[in-house]
Ligand binder design. Sequence first.
Ligand code: TYM
Length: 339
Amino acid sequence: MTTAAPQHQPRILSGMQPTSDSLHLGNYIGALRNWVGLQDDFDTFYFVADLHALTVPTDPELITRRTRITAAQFIAGGVDPAGSAIFAQSHVAQHPELMWVLACQTAFGEASRMTQFKDKTAKGQNANVGLFTYPILMAADILMYDAEKVPVGDDQRQHLEITRDLAVRFNQRFGETLTVPDAHILKESARIMDLTDPTSKMSGSTSPDKGLVLLSDEPARITKKLKSAVTDADGEIRYDVEGKPGVSNLLVIHSALSGTPVAELEAHFAGQGYGALKGEVAEVVVETVGPFKARMDELLDDPAELDTILAKGAERAAEVAAATMDRVRDAVGLLRPAR
Ligand code: TYM
């Protein structure tokens, strides 16, 4: 017998991988900023995707350190542990459990078409089975919490689509059990580009240090990186992603953080040079991101307190996860363990 999903405040779920020593401006503008904004109106669950980070070869000490750093940066960036559940994915054992059930509903060809797997293997990366099943674990992360919206950057769109497909398929096969989520992707700012190559996404794993603004960068460093951002030779400040990717990226960054529409920025900068644009973007970024470092350092100075926050978050998450797994067990016919 399948029991209906419980009534609850609309839920939001999202995660980030602990794959580098700091999140970057793309993570902040494409996702974290939106996480913060959604806290007041939704039941919000935000996690560090440490299991996903195992899909690439890593040093064990780095994973541990970066898991704490990522959680500290969520909080430094404005996620409130009193309101949102902040947790490490591996602390909620139901994630891989649900992943297995979903993997058994996923066609091999469907998983093979995921671009992340195709791209990484095409670049010669020695792929493991974890990388292949990565999107199914992500689907489990999302479906576990009956998430209605998933705030992510544009690069996660395909993963959200397979998640929706799996939820619909599961419900068709086994009866209404899982909530079909929507991606929450903000249009223009969902893809922040590398400052040294504005045709490539700003990425913690592939961009050079000069191409990234890190949330842990000191103000002087942030300013230096933005002032040397690659633009073009025609000198006009205009939004045109195809023709002027560097200038457009700077306008998007400014607009996302200052709240000024891009068209207004174009008018504001009319007749001015790129130096003026870069200087102002640097100011806006420093004003937003500059204070994060002190808060992050403070949190990292007290790892026990940080671990307590993660433990409390995991406790809240596990409660929801246990209820979902009961429904999933009932739906597919797995005997519930006696409690
Ligand atoms: P990850 O860790 O690569 O990125 C974290 C978030 O940052 C966004 N992002 C960007 N947004 C705009 N411009 C950019 N240059 C940029 N770079 C990254 C990403 O879209 C993402 O929202 N698979 C996920 C982690 C994950 C997850 C989940 C997310 C695991 N399970 C469940 C949501 C729900 C990932 O690797 O994100």
